[in-house]
Design a protein around this ligand. Structure first.
Ligand code: GRF
Length: 201
């Protein structure tokens, strides 16, 4: 059992999927803190409903990103967070933050990396015309969507898909992959060697 901190800027449906998987005893974790950079984030509301502490750090209240991140790290350390889970967190983290949680930060991205990194990955999949996309859970390094891959699930692109329909099916894959990746980490079933994650389950 490990303490997990979730960082989310938006709706927070991945946060919800992780919380519900914990409630079903499928994930050996406790969400001890939710952090957002957006006061209107659905993720903060979802946390509140479950009685999980939530904090909003707004970039506009700080002179620099570093100062904001210092407070974020302090809040996570105060809750003894051992894994930081990015679930739709829209800010790129600095090397300072990443060093504070070396190989203890995960992200989920709505494509099969290294294809379609960065923002709007679902829209880009349709624009490119790929037939298969999906989701990727990976450790976070200093690049954008570049860290070692933990889990991936493929999702076919259907003839009639628009962005909303495709994102909905990718989300369904995310709700399977993310709780599982968090559980593997919390049970210490992931070993990272170079770029490769070995899963022992
Ligand atoms: C997900 O599609 C995730 O892959 C991306 O941001 C989205 C977050 O959705 N990083 P939600 O806030 O969890 O509903």
């Amino acid at each position: 059992m490990k303490n997990v901190g979730v960082l989310a800027s938006g709706n927070g449906t991945n946060l919800q999927a992780i919380i519900e998987a914990i409630e079903r005893n499928e994930v050996a974790a406790r969400v001890s803190l939710v952090i957002s950079d957006n006061p209107g984030a659905g993720a903060l509301e979802r946390a509140e409903k479950k009685g999980i502490p939530g904090i909003c750090f707004q970039r506009s209240s700080y002179a620099s990103r570093e100062e904001m991140e210092r407070d974020m790290v302090e809040a996570l350390q105060k809750e003894k967070v051992e894994l930081v889970v990015l679930a739709g967190f829209m800010k790129v983290l600095s090397p300072y933050f990443i060093n504070a949680f070396q190989e203890k930060i995960m992200n989920i991205h709505p494509s099969l990396l290294p294809a379609l990194p960065g923002q709007n990955a679902v829209k880009k999949a349709l624009e490119y015309g790929v037939k298969v996309t999906g989701c990727t859970v990976h450790f976070v390094d200093e690049g954008v969507d570049t860290g070692p891959v933990i889990l991936q699930e493929a999702v076919p692109v259907l003839q009639n898909d628009d962005e909303a329909a495709l994102h909905q099916r990718i989300h369904a894959a995310e709700y399977r992959c993310y709780p599982r990746a968090v559980d593997l980490f919390c049970r210490e079933k992931i070993k990272v060697k170079g770029r490769r994650c070995y899963l022992y389950d």
